[in-house]
Design a protein around this ligand. Sequence first.
Ligand SMILES: Nc1ncnc2c1ncn2[C@@H]1O[C@H](COP(=O)(O)OP(=O)(O)OP(=O)(O)O)[C@@H](O)[C@H]1O
Length: 651
Amino acid sequence: MQTDMPGARTPPRNAKSRLCRNVVIHGYCKYENRGCEYNHDAGVQSKPPSGSQSNSSPVAETKTKLRVDSPVFTPTKSLAGDILASFPPKASEPTVAQQLPAAQRATYEQYGAGDSEVQPFELSPYNRSGSVSTSTVHDPASPFVVPPPQVGISDLSTLGHSMNRMSLSGQQTLTERPSSQSHASYYQQNAQVDPYFVQQQQQQMTVLAPQQPLQYHLYSSALPHISNLHPHQKTIHAFFMSDRLREELQRKSEAVQQVLDPTSPDYQQLPVEIHHYHTFYPLDLHRDRSTKVFGYPTWVYKAFSSIDGKPYVLRRVEGFRLSNEGAMSSIEGWRRIRHANIVSIREAFTTKAFGDHSLVFVYDYHPLSTTIYAKYFSHPSHSNTGVPEKNLWSFITQLASALKTIHSAGLAARTIEPSKILMTGKNRIRLNCCGIFDMLTYDAGKNIPSHQQQEDLLHFGQLIVALACGSLAAVHNLPKSIEYIVRHYSVDMKNVILYLLSKPSSYKSIDDVVTMIGPRILHEINSAHHYNDLLEGDLCRELENGRLVRLLCKLGFINERPEFNMDPTWTETGDRYLLKLFRDYVFHQVDENGSPIVDMAHVIQCLNKLDAGIDEKLMLTSRDEQSCLIVTYKELRHCIENTFQELLKQQ
Ligand SMILES: Nc1ncnc2c1ncn2[C@@H]1O[C@H](COP(=O)(O)OP(=O)(O)OP(=O)(O)O)[C@@H](O)[C@H]1O
């Protein structure tokens, strides 16, 4: 093996006919005239064919092979300069900053990135295509705006944080903003407070791109049927959760991120912030305010908390003036209840931010949920199609479980009615709006939970009758409805209904219902465990991807870093240079026509091998195709670990 110190080892006999490795790596050998025995005429070395990034081609194998663990592998600065010089930005090409959208460019220049004359990195093809956009996505037919998918929760919490800071330093508190003041003028007034936030708002207000449907199947399109796979072989689908689940989760995430179109009248009317909640988004889309459940008009909004950045549901009871401060304590018992079939309540407060006296209840937000009413009773086509018995038993089991917990805590649900039972997934229901009645009808010492618990059981029975008969009117003609149920459902179902509808008595309790439905509870547990297994299987597949994402993040921290430790050539030297070539090897391969090879399987395979640090060798070729390096994944893994540690130390 060669070294750059002549005499360190005795050169082989045929040294004169072998190209000096210093010439290959550095472009010159400083020992050329000081005793180095090797050939320094680079012209004798044949140029490798173009497109030679391919994995171990026979032609490439004949090139000079270098190992990463050889004593010399730190190209001098001049080499780094050469490498950069071989990729000069074309004068006619727009600079990095010029290629960014205006808003991003401002940020880019603000951080001084645009100042440096030559950026030692190129824009990736993704940037060039401009496919990554920060513009707000807008459906012309809808007053609502869906932020682009890449805006994550972290972005939302940043927004919340910005708002927080704004409220801390602003002249006027946000909570009591006069309703006549528009959002736009409010932001203009506060422009000096938080330019970042205002810039974001202005961008949202002016850049309303047409809504693009989310592409749910970007990385695992349907495959032809593949049989005879070896046990160790996997298709690309095996690395991702099922399409159905992914689509569902993405839709939910989209719903979480949905915000109001700033130009819509709704947006102008809503307060910017109440308490520590901001970014209000109405969830009840029908305009007529019903008072039939609570006796007051109610409004439901999704909003984000600036304390934890999470979305919550704020239910506003309009025009309710709280006369007894003690009523607030009635919420305490509810706050302690955590149950899979009850929408958890977080807090309640009064506000005048809507221009009236309102009482606001804060609940957990369950994206894309609907109500039993909307699902089974809102459409004419729903009538007379009762819920299948299997599903009905599942609902009964879930509600009985929720009621058992509520009654055991000495409380009563008081909201067992179709529009207040939330469906948060397939056959998954949750009791909503718990605790509201307790506060609205608070009369210290006069609330009688046992009486209200009996009412809960009665309403429970009425709900099952309505669901079984497919009509809300079924409860008004019970004999006929029971007759229908006897014909279409099991005897057990009839018995449970009759028990629930029987006269209130001190012996009637949810415990009896739980005993009656015992076998169905076992069935429900079994189904829940099956579903749990299914989800765990999906999670296992994604587990591997989490590992690869961590690896990709490390590579991202290292690759193309403009400078490190005052050294602008840092990424072009030593271990980092190898990692750069590895990145090209994984992502930037081209075929014989120069077209990009977009092969997910290759990427996943390479990253898995890198993560495992196996001994398999691969050949990396420099971008000018003048040199190639044979390294093992194990060595590359060391490179990543060492370099990443180096970065961490400088934090
Ligand atoms: N905790 C929650 N998480 C997610 N969405 C919710 C939550 N609570 C309510 N919603 C949504 O808000 C919508 C409106 O709720 P609401 O209770 O007002 O129902 P409604 O059918 O409009 O009843 P009403 O006629 O009494 O106003 C529901 O359809 C539901 O999708």
